[in-house]
Ligand binder design. Structure first.
Ligand code: IPE
Ligand code: IPE
Ligand code: MG
Ligand code: MG
Ligand code: MG
Length: 306
């Protein structure tokens, strides 16, 4: 079974819309208990980088992996919003002059260009910490054990053994810290990008209290999807253009990044994506037709133009 392209697009749009609404609420001026003030400059910066853009693929993965288990949609959306906060923070910091030094993100000036480096650093910090406020909220799940598992998994996906660790490997691979170190691209990508995407998939199994086998299936799918996603990003950096991407093209080569495209060539990288999609499909087979949307998500990730 497959899902029609129009139905898939509708579902993705719906989650993007729901996530936008939720993030706007979470980033409103209303103070939470124990908060002293929400400074305007910081709020404006956090809103600038998290509202009005992005595919919202990570919240979509949470919603769709949770839907496999019949988890209430509002809870999944909230967990997805937490993950999106981490993602938006990672983009703000990724674009800073000290990292990829990029001027364009989601078709608009990057936050540090729009404001200044200090505001961008602090807006990133604000989104990172807000994510953990959100993921630990009572509305996520009635059982505190489930909330704890979700929270810990988010920390591990985001932190030194996940996205943050991957970002330093990425910069080391450029030769930023002295000698160019040999790069294990698979590991680098698994950490810098794969870990957050995988989290989007296992979050559904944690929220839905799936069996160990079901958890493993989403874990395997999430790993394959995460790697395919970053290879597609690296291919777009070579083959895409800034107008469609909403971010600069050719940036990786300019910075001397090591990617699967530099290691395998364009055809080799595309073949690797196809193999990864097959691996993702195989992992989802235990869900039968309930895995259709996630299967279609792999295709979307591989064929996307931005
Ligand atoms: C871009 O992620 C950064 C990478 C991890 C490669 P996305 O392509 O998901 O960016 P948005 O959220 O849609 O802008
Ligand atoms: C970014 O990878 C990964 C994270 C933000 C963690 P890239 O540096 O390739 O992402 P883009 O191409 O700037 O979106
Ligand atoms: Mg980068
Ligand atoms: Mg970058
Ligand atoms: Mg890139």
């Amino acid at each position: 079974m497959t899902i029609a392209a129009a139905d898939f697009a509708k579902r993705l749009d719906q989650t993007a819309e729901d996530t936008e609404r939720l993030l706007a609420e979470l980033l409103s001026d209303t103070l939470l208990p124990d908060e002293i003030a929400r400074p305007k400059r910081l709020m404006d910066a956090m809103r600038y980088s998290s509202l009005g853009g992005g595919k919202r693929l990570r919240p979509f993965l949470v919603s769709e992996s949770a839907a496999v288990f019949g988890v209430p949609r509002e809870a999944a959306l909230l967990a997805g919003a937490a993950l999106e906060c981490i993602h938006c923070y990672s983009l703000i910091h990724d674009d800073l002059p000290a990292m990829d030094n990029s001027d364009l993100r989601r078709g608009r000036p990057t936050l540090h260009k729009k404001t200044d480096d200090a505001t961008a650093i602090l807006a990133g910090d604000g989104l990172l910490t807000l994510a953990f406020d959100i993921i630990s909220r009572d509305e996520i799940h009635p059982d505190p054990k489930v909330r704890l598992l979700l929270t810990r998994a988010l920390a591990r996906a985001s932190g030194l053994g996940g996205m943050v660790g991957g970002q330093i490997l990425d910069l080391a691979g450029e030769g930023r810290f002295g000698d160019r170190e040999p790069v294990d691209v698979a590991r680098l990508q698994q950490m810098k990008t794969g870990a957050l995407l995988r989290y989007g998939c296992i979050a559904g199994a944690i929220l839905g209290q799936g069996s160990p086998k079901e958890y493993q299936a989403l874990d395997d799918y999430g790993r394959a999807l995460g790697e395919a996603f970053q290879i597609a990003d690296d291919l777009l950096d070579v083959e895409g253009d800034a107008a469609a991407l909403g971010k600069p093209a050719g940036a990786d080569a300019a910075l001397g990044k090591t990617t699967f495209v530099t290691q395998l060539g364009i055809d080799g990288a595309k073949q690797r994506v196809r193999n990864l999609l097959a691996r993702g499909d195989a992992a989802l087979s235990i869900f039968g037709a309930k895995g259709d949307v996630l299967r279609a998500t792999s295709r979307f990730v591989a064929e996307r133009k931005n």
